[in-house]
Write a protein that binds this ligand. Structure first.
Ligand code: TYD
Ligand code: MG
Length: 443
């Protein structure tokens, strides 16, 4: 086969050259040159014949294909769509392969052949896992292979209803010289796989390994190339796993599905709020926050613990909440509400291994810290709102959904941004516009 031309492109400034440089001659960045294939064909070439303009009312909505996990379907906006390319990213050992193997079995029972390409594990390793998970799929085909061209060939032969590639970092194309896992290999292979699957109208799952700092070549460089990006998260030593929709061309972002890792694989948790609150004792420093990045809110317990500092530089530690955001909240608490933590170690924990990324969690964290400093429990109160640098409490998304979820679990008091006040039967709602107001209210 004729080797196609490659060139090297700086990932920072886009400078392109036929030679590799350690330092980009254009912008001076080190180690930014990556080999890429020269593409003469246009990206959308195979759509050209079939594409013609249609009036909107004449365009059919795609049918949804069910994964066999109801929460998973909901998170995806109802299920998969033909030709949908999904990237599922997560740290090694979090349970991506387990989830996909379980899904593959269920899917194959409804839609026929599923093709599971595994570059990470051998056939016998997968068979052992399948046995443990009680998976018996006549229509489930395991293919331990890492060569892209062979995978694409087999795809033609097998004609599956779903393709899973685990993981993209292990797959390589012989047309590129760089090593498997490099940016150009990962991008090229994902692109080729996605094109093949789109052409055949079959959904594709691509597994992307990610390290703690998220820096490994892979998921990040693929995000624009796929239709849907899912993050599979959780603390390794906790049972709970959260599948979060980060991008979705066929549904909303921020949707979550919660799973529990058992000795028989992953089980869906239909009522995550109940689960995350089940061991709550409501001691000082504990606040309940209705988390809602997507349409499905989940009640989370935010805990803060403050003690007199052991070292001269007080410590700030946080699990499930951004540490820089915590520093900002502590500063606002000091300046605007005279709650001093400068001589205290501050620990924050979101129970159950969930991550709070949305700013709506600010007020809950601030009040949890306040409650711990004062050693005063806040009781069963729901708290949400974003905190500005001046101590102002700002509006957030989905106030109604959050309140209703709280109501469902017996909360009848809530503190929230004034501009988000929403009447809910049987609930005392307190709208606040400043952190000081919130604190005075709870005093
Ligand atoms: P795995 O799916 O291999 O993770 P990934 O593909 O994301 O790297 O999951 C591995 C972990 O899951 C492993 O540490 C053991 C645990 N596990 C269970 O607890 N129960 C099970 O039934 C299975 C199959 C795995
Ligand atoms: Mg795996």
């Amino acid at each position: 086969m004729k080797r196609e031309k490659t060139h090297f492109v700086c990932q920072e400034c886009g400078y392109s050259s036929t030679k590799w440089f350690g330092k980009c001659p254009s912008c001076g960045t080190w180690n930014s040159m990556v080999e890429e294939r020269e593409r003469t064909e246009l990206k959308y070439i195979n759509h050209v014949e079939s594409c013609k303009p249609l009036p909107l009312w004449n365009v059919e909505e795609s049918e949804r294909l069910l994964t066999g996990f109801s929460q998973f379907n909901n998170a995806l906006g109802g299920g998969l769509v033909k030709g949908q390319v999904v990237l599922i990213a997560g740290e090694p050992g979090i349970g991506k392969s387990t989830l996909l193997l379980q899904m593959a079995e269920k899917y194959s029972k409804s839609y026929g052949k599923v093709f599971y390409v595994s570059g990470e594990e051998s056939g016998s390793q997968i068979a052992m896992r399948a046995k443990r998970l009680n998976i018996v799929g006549d229509e489930l085909y395991i293919f331990p292979e890492t060569n892209l061209e062979i995978v694409l060939d087999k795809l033609e032969d097998v004609k599956p209803s779903l393709l899973i590639v685990d993981s993209i970092q292990t797959i390589y194309s012989t047309e590129l010289e760089s090593a498997p896992g490099s940016v150009s290999q990962v991008r090229e292979c994902a692109y080729k796989l996605a094109q093949a699957c789109k052409k055949k109208d079959i959904p594709l799952f691509i597994v992307g390994q990610i390290t703690k700092d998220g820096s490994i070549a892979g998921p990040k460089v693929l995000e624009h190339l796929v239709d849907t990006v899912l993050y599979f998260e959780g603390e390794r030593f906790s049972f709970y796993r959260v599948l979060k929709v980060v991008k979705n061309r066929f549904g909303a972002n921020g949707e979550v599905a919660v799973f529990k890792m058992t000795d028989k694989g992953l089980e869906e948790v239909p009522e995550p709020s109940a689960l995350f609150l089940q061991e709550r004792i409501g001691s000082p420093g504990s606040v309940v926050f209705p988390h809602a990045e997507g349409s499905k809110p989940v009640l989370l317990e935010v805990q803060a613990l403050t003690i007199d500092a052991i070292y001269t530089t007080p410590q700030r530690r946080s699990q499930g909440f951004d540490i820089n955001r915590l520093a900002l909240i502590l500063a606002v608490l000091e300046k605007e509400a005279k709650i001093f933590t400068r001589d205290k170690d501050v620990f924050v924990n979101v129970v159950g291994g969930m991550q709070i990324v949305e700013p709506a969690g600010d007020l809950a964290v601030a009040l949890a810290v306040y409650s711990s400093v004062k050693d005063k429990p806040l009781g069963d109160v729901l708290v949400f709102g974003e905190l500005g640098l001046g101590g102002e409490v700002r509006a957030v998304h989905f106030p109604e959904l959050r309140l209703k979820e709280g109501k469902r679990f017996g909360f009848n008091k809530a503190v929230l941004p004034k501009s988000c006040v929403f009447e809910v039967d049987g609930m005392e709602i307190y709208g606040v516009s400043h952190i000081k107001e919130a604190i005075e209210l709870l005093l």
